[in-house]
Design a protein around this ligand. Structure first.
Ligand code: HEM
Length: 428
């Protein structure tokens, strides 16, 4: 392990810990603590992929200070020195989530506010009751495809399927096209050889959806985006749709899978399920605190030479937001984090770029968990809890597989979950 070298350029540091060491290990708190100790504070250098370093911000206070300071920290990767210098190839696995695109996510200041407004306004207009009903129906359709009894993988056969189909549903996209978009997004984030082709296919599908909505408007996000005064043309609508589908996909998958995992393995939550007193909101909140879906969130780029958490940061350096580490930092109020309703966690980010879909994604995640537990009344984990493999990503931490045995209940009407406690915490 390299000791901190004040003033040494990030790219000159050797033997850095890979960021994925924090997400693929059994004890992430210990991994973050090691980094904190090795680097003498809440900001440590890590490796994103071989030869590509970045700073990981692990302190609750430091992280909030960085994301609220748009003058010094940009969301736009055009400010990334290593990218501008040609250090990072176009085929890098970092491309899907760190290379610049013209959308709200990669914008700053006034452009960001303009491009974010349709997302916030569109989501605010959706009826929570309708989302819960549509999501429940989508989940029921997925469950109807499962074998009637035997062994299942709740990740591949359920948690991984729900997000794309339900977010596509918000845009009025039919389930068969949602399935197609799912295949494309997997190829895209897997950075496989066909990722450019699949991205083009996504654009073609969504352009078709936009054209249909021009002639036949509906009560959905596509129509809201098309009519929003802040979108200047169909190209910007397309960019916002691609952003929403990409942003909701893996985050929701991991949130649903992690919640199912703890409900099947943690006696506190398991007892509630078996006792008929469902603690699904408690379980969802527990995951957001203890194991947030985006454990390490990309990225801010320093616009000036500066100091954060005692480390010298050079202009153009990348800073990764260590949301999981910061949630468990003592400043996060970790002592009272299981108090009902305490949502001071950073799982959805904070500041101007905080997730605009907090309310909607809670309805989706809660409905997905509630529906599968209702339809698989005797569901049991098929492997010891310690043998659940983890998804190999530096960004998210969640089960790669969740093998269970279950008998599917047939012909039961799934109750429409009530859209309670969906208020989003303020963007602190
Ligand atoms: C319906 C599903 C979801 C959609 C459509 C969605 C959409 C978005 C979008 C568009 C942004 C960028 C906003 C901006 O830059 O102004 C964003 C940011 C973010 N979202 Fe979500 N999201 C979803 C679910 C989730 C979930 C389940 C989580 C985790 C619990 C999550 C965590 C975050 C985080 C951490 C950020 C970035 C905050 C930052 O960098 O400051 N999102 N989301």
């Amino acid at each position: 392990m390299t000791t901190p070298k004040t003033g040494c350029p990030l790219e000159k540091l050797n033997d850095l810990t890979p960021l994925s060491a924090t997400t693929t290990c059994p004890d992430p708190a210990a991994a973050y603590q090691r980094l904190w100790t090795d680097w003498g504070g809440p900001v440590a250098a890590v490796e994103l992929e071989p030869g590509i370093p970045a700073w990981l911000v692990m302190g609750y206070r430091e992280l909030r200070a960085v994301v609220r300071n748009e003058q010094h920290y940009s969301r736009n990767s055009k400010n990334w020195r290593l990218l501008a210098d040609g250090h990072i190839g176009a085929d890098s696995g970092l491309a899907p989530i760190m290379f610049p695109r013209d959308n709200a996510y990669f914008s700053d200041g006034a452009t960001h506010r303009r491009l974010r407004a349709p997302l916030v306004d569109g989501l605010a207009r959706i009826s929570e009751h309708r989302v819960a009903r549509d999501v429940g129906e989508t989940c029921d359709r997925l469950i109807d495809r499962l074998p009637a009894d035997g062994q299942l993988d709740l990740v591949a056969q359920y948690a991984a399927q729900v997000p794309m189909l339900t977010v596509a549903g918000l845009f009025g996209i039919a389930p068969d096209l949602g399935d197609r978009l799912q295949t494309c997004v997997i190829a895209l984030f897997g950075s496989g050889e066909d990722s450019a082709e699949r991205f083009h296919e996504m654009e073609t599908i969504l352009t078709g959806v936009i054209n249909e909505h021009h002639t036949a408007p509906a009560e959905d996000l596509t129509t809201a985006f098309l009519h929003h005064p802040c979108h200047r043309d169909d190209g910007e609508v397309l960019a916002s749709m691609l952003l929403m589908l990409g942003a909701g996909w893996e985050t929701l998958q991991v949130w649903i899978a992690q919640t199912l995992r703890i409900m099947l393995t943690d006696p506190r939550f398991d007892g509630k399920v078996r006792g008929g007193h469902l603690g699904i909101d408690d379980a969802l909140d527990h995951v957001l605190w203890a194991d947030p879906p985006m454990a390490n969130q990309p990225t801010r780029w320093a616009l000036t030479d500066t100091v954060v958490g005692g480390q010298r940061i050079a202009r153009g350096d990348a800073l990764i937001l260590g949301l999981a580490a910061a949630n468990n930092d003592r400043w996060a109020g970790a002592h009272d984090r299981h108090d009902p309703g305490n949502r001071a966690h950073l799982a959805f980010g904070v500041g101007p770029h905080a997730c605009p879909a907090q309310r909607t994604s809670r309805i989706i995640a809660r409905t997905a968990v509630e529906t599968i537990l209702h339809r698989l009344p005797d569901v049991r984990l098929a492997v010891p809890a310690t043998e659940i493999p983890l998804h190999p990503s530096p960004w998210t931490r969640g089960p790669a597989r969740l093998p269970v045995t279950a008998t599917r209940a047939l012909g039961q009407a799934t109750p429409v979950p009530s859209p309670r406690s969906t208020e989003a915490p303020p963007n602190r």
